[in-house]
Design a protein around this ligand. Sequence first.
Ligand code: MN
Length: 425
Amino acid sequence: MITVNDPSLKSWIDVQPNCDFPIQNLPFGIFKTQSSSPRVGIAIGDQVLDLAILNKLGFMDKLKIDNSIFTNQYLNDFIALGKSTTSSVRELISHLLNENTPDLRDNKEARAKVFQSISNVQMQLPVRVGDYTDFYSSIDHATNVGTMFRDPSNALLPNWKHLPVGYHGRASSIVISGTDIHRPKGQTKPNEHEPPVFGPCRLLDFELETAFIIGKETKLGESIGTAAAQEHIFGMVLFNDWSARDIQTWEYIPLGPFLSKNFASTVSPWVVTMDALEPFRVAGYKQDPKVLPYLEYSGDKNIDIHLDVFIQPEKGEENLVSHSNYKFMYWTMEQQLAHHTINGCNVNIGDMMASGTISGPTPDSYGSMLEISWRGTKPVKLVDGTERKFINDNDTVLVRGYCQKDGVRIGFGEAKGKIIPAIEY
Ligand code: MN
């Protein structure tokens, strides 16, 4: 067991019971304020600990980390120090914030310099994303989509249980939570017997996903085995893979999604480390048929992460539209990474690998409006009396997630995005 995950640990910083960021979490992010440039921070309670100032003041001296690692607009250089160093940083911060450690607790002057209220900081994209891959690894999601668009008796295509299906997405349009998203425009074909038309997307959807961030690179030609995969995964974020269903339906044959997916994806700002998630591991989905040897793995490789999606109309309240869980995934992150690299494809620090829409087995756990409204045939009623089949202009979609066990809540914060009208062409 990782000692800093001990549920009995308490901080001298006040942490409310429902807070995502207790001393057992300590996620990393990049923040700036009105008076400071972007830098590395750690969330604790409703505070952000400024690692650039903490290091400069000497509190991290024994780790001998150059301050340029922390006065940095991305976490990539920090992650590149390697897991033994980044885990040591988390251990040192846990010790400093522990209720019994006086060093920072009793140093009022230093405390005033190293903390910012979380409500006063502006969070940034945590990593420079070189490449982004999106998988399709939830069996309930793939079954629902196959049932709707193809054949209920053969909902899963023949390859689905033999390999984690995925496609290469686009890194340039991955944006930080809070970024407004213009409704995409494009070609759609609303009438089967008429030519395609151009205009704003009419069936705009979210996809409830998580993403893992590559923590150790490989060289071209190398492959990562399932047993070694954890060394290459730094942590996880929440991920909303915005999708234009009407554009997707017309464009995706034969090469898969293109403009229907690459206009925006929203990520949460705090990277929760795999170390912090370790206590929430659960057994993976029972895979039948047996996978090929390079995809076999041992141990509990799934994770029990509660995932919620809310729709908030402009000036309205939040409406819970989905309550899902990462543990419903059929393919594990270790298998996804093993498959991704089995051909020798190299990975780089900061690459993002998204799970694919995470649906559970029941309609209240479906991870997209496509499934929740079953292609628009079952509209969702919101508390303000309006209905949604898909996402309207000026709706905000919020994805939240957390693990909870033994009185400890390891949260991810939120990935939030508002849809604003299309820019006129
Ligand atoms: Mn997706």
